[in-house]
Design a protein around this ligand. Structure first.
Ligand code: CMP
Length: 139
């Protein structure tokens, strides 16, 4: 079924001018960008977005990294968009990511791993609503 997922192009990628290269890989995977905005997240925004990770040892570093530069928040649409996006992103740790994936191609480390993607349709809906009003999404 046609589905939506939420994606972030992270600061390590925007810093290296990879917004287009990453977006092309998403599009080539069959995903359509139906909303997109470049933002510099506040600490509060990043902490709220990653609240599920707040007890993890990497939480503070992750939040600092995510506010270290601009990000591009996007809504992606397509057949099985959540799974398709996870496939083209590759494993969280680029050392474990498959050849041809965004993280294998571009990520610097497990933290500076170029992209975020929702891990389920349920979380996609929550994450999309965190950054976008319904009228900002144009399918
Ligand atoms: P993301 O999909 O955005 O979700 C949580 C992020 O935490 C993850 O990608 C990584 O960028 C970051 N992270 C840093 N260290 C770790 C770790 N040890 N395990 C999982 N995620 C980590």
């Amino acid at each position: 079924a046609t589905e939506r997922t939420f994606s972030i192009i992270k600061p390590d990628a925007t810093r290296r001018n990879l917004t287009g290269a990453v977006t092309k890989m998403l599009e080539d995977a069959g995903l359509r960008v139906v909303a997109s905005r470049r933002i510099h997240m506040t600490r509060e925004q990043a902490e709220g977005f990653y609240a599920v990770h707040k007890e993890r040892p990497f939480f503070n570093d992750l939040v600092s990294f995510m506010i270290s530069g601009p990000v591009v928040v996007q809504v992606l649409e397509g057949e099985n968009a959540v799974a398709k996006n996870r496939e083209v992103m590759g494993a969280t740790n680029p050392a474990n990511a498959e050849e041809g994936t965004i993280r294998k191609t571009h990520a610097e480390s497990i933290e500076a791993n170029s992209v975020h993607g929702s891990d389920s349709a349920e979380n996609a809906a929550i994450e999309i609503a965190y950054f976008f009003k319904p009228e900002e999404i144009v399918g």
